[in-house]
Design a protein around this ligand. Sequence first.
Ligand code: HEM
Length: 197
Amino acid sequence: AYQSAVPGYRLGDPSLPQSPVSLAELDLLKQTLLFTEEDTYYLRKAGDVLVPQTDAILDVWYGFVGSHPHLLHYFTNKADATPNMDYLGRVRARFGQWIKDTTDADYGQSWLNYQHELGVRHTRAGKNKTDNVASVEHIHLRYLIAFIVPISATIEPFLNKADASPDEARKMHAAWTKAVVLQVILWSHPYIKPGDF
Ligand code: HEM
């Protein structure tokens, strides 16, 4: 049976349901985002730089969420509104794996299937289930979209630590941002009424 080193992380799990988005639709999305082979190349390079800094990156992102009560809210216990530290910790481990997997994504069927699952996990259809927690039920789509900005902006200083020219750092950053936008688009699917995605 499928087993991941990170509890609840299921990229590559063959028992995941198929994404409602097709590979042909994914290809058109990539074209629309100006996502090319060059971006794939710079994403790989970004991975070499970012993966060893994963913990420091997660500290920044968790610091951002933790200092905004309206965001921390989504990690709180439904019963008493206190932060669920177990939940925060388990999601953090998956988030770390996700940084790596974003930089070496193959954009194949099994990647696409997990994208759908990631979207579902932000909604009342799937949130809290992986970690069996009693947290608030649903993350509002507006914050998923807004989060693209901090997830993109905060990565830039980590890329600048690379042994790369400013031009290469800029290209790595552009590729990272496109990769995040592409995923959030796919994650929006479960939020949107049938036929409107
Ligand atoms: C889960 C990334 C927006 C709260 C996750 C995971 C990742 C991730 C990688 C772990 C997925 C897995 O289970 O393997 C992102 C990205 C976002 C985004 C890239 C937007 C660009 C948000 C926002 C919130 C949020 C705005 C609200 C503060 C959560 C929570 C979970 C989670 C609570 C755990 C869901 C569960 O119960 O399984 N996110 N996220 N995320 N994220 Fe997000």
